[in-house]
Design a protein around this ligand. Structure first.
Ligand code: CAA
Length: 259
């Protein structure tokens, strides 16, 4: 499918979505965010796709935020619509049934930082920079940055970054737990691919249930402990479970089908 603001490529079971507005530092306009949602929906039920990498085009930015030019004349209702419609896609990423990794190849600011935080985890290149500079515009994050930053780095540091608008480099982001690994830019996609290849050998339904169970902890409407019990029990009825346990006893590698 052709998109205007993203590139998609499926190779060896991995969908790479590249934000493709390099001259605007991949600023997130409303259509670009909707396109990410469509690209994900297109592979939701495709068992040959084991994982997704989200990255930015060029060497400078993952995404420098929501598109300031697009919303500069907005009022209350439009502001709310922007946050709700974009936020729905970010929630879709967070709850997606396959692993979604952010390959952060440069600036991840404002909505760009929020987009990385909606992914299941983040790998950064050495030149990556993270921040929530919305206060410089007289704004606050609108794609759940105030909520997910606390979850990832804790309240005190989140308060400081959100109030100062300061940028942090990849190493500080690593120390804070915002990113899992920092690698040279040339090996960023390779690192993400290698992690997804490892995950891709596990039972796909088990991976889906890991994502759901971990997310349940943060969902005030759910009891995470109960969600884990239900997901654990569900997996006993799957062919993947039979295959995994049989393969263990037969001392061979499991061949999971996601059934
Ligand atoms: N929206 C729209 N355009 C943007 C943009 C954004 N968030 N960030 C960068 N651009 C555009 C610039 O306007 C510029 O375009 P022109 O050449 O047409 O003028 C181009 O990208 C290159 O940017 P710079 O010339 O500014 O590059 P730089 O290297 O000097 O600076 C930067 C890089 C520090 C990242 C700087 O671009 C910057 O501060 N960007 C804005 C960051 C920001 O405030 N992000 C938060 C947005 S609000 C938000 O995200 C709300 C939300 O939570 C939903």
């Amino acid at each position: 499918m052709a998109y205007e603001f993203i590139l998609t490529n499926i190779d060896a079971g991995i969908l790479t979505i590249t934000l493709n507005r390099e001259k605007q530092l991949n600023a997130l306009n409303a259509q670009l965010i909707q396109e990410i949602g469509e690209a994900l929906e297109n592979v939701r039920n495709d068992k040959s796709v084991k994982g997704i990498i989200l990255t930015g085009s060029g060497k400078k930015a993952f995404a420098a935020g929501a598109d300031i030019k697009e919303f500069s004349a907005f009022g209350l209702e439009e502001g709310k619509n922007l946050a709700v419609s974009g936020g729905n896609i970010f929630n879709k990423i967070e709850q997606f049934n396959k692993p979604v990794i952010a390959a952060v190849n440069g600036f991840a600011l404002g909505g760009g930082c929020e987009l990385t935080m909606a992914c299941h985890f983040r790998i950064a290149s050495e030149n990556a920079k993270f921040g929530q500079p919305e206060v410089n515009l007289g704004l606050i994050p609108g794609y759940a940055g105030t909520q997910r930053l606390i979850q990832l780095i804790g309240k005190g540091k989140a308060m400081e970054l959100l109030m100062t608008g300061d940028m942090i480099d990849a190493n500080e982001a690593h120390q804070l737990g915002l990113v899992n690994h920092v690698v040279p830019q040339e090996t960023l996609l390779e690192k993400c691919t290698s992690i997804l290849n490892k995950i891709g050998k596990k039972g796909p339904l088990a991976i889906e249930k890991v994502i759901d169970s971990v997310n349940a902890y943060f969902d005030k409407g759910r009891n995470g402990f109960e969600a884990e019990i239900d997901n654990f029990a569900f997996l006993f009825e799957t062919k993947d479970f039979k295959e995994g346990t049989t393969a263990f006893m037969e001392k061979r590698k499991a061949d999971f089908k996601g059934e």
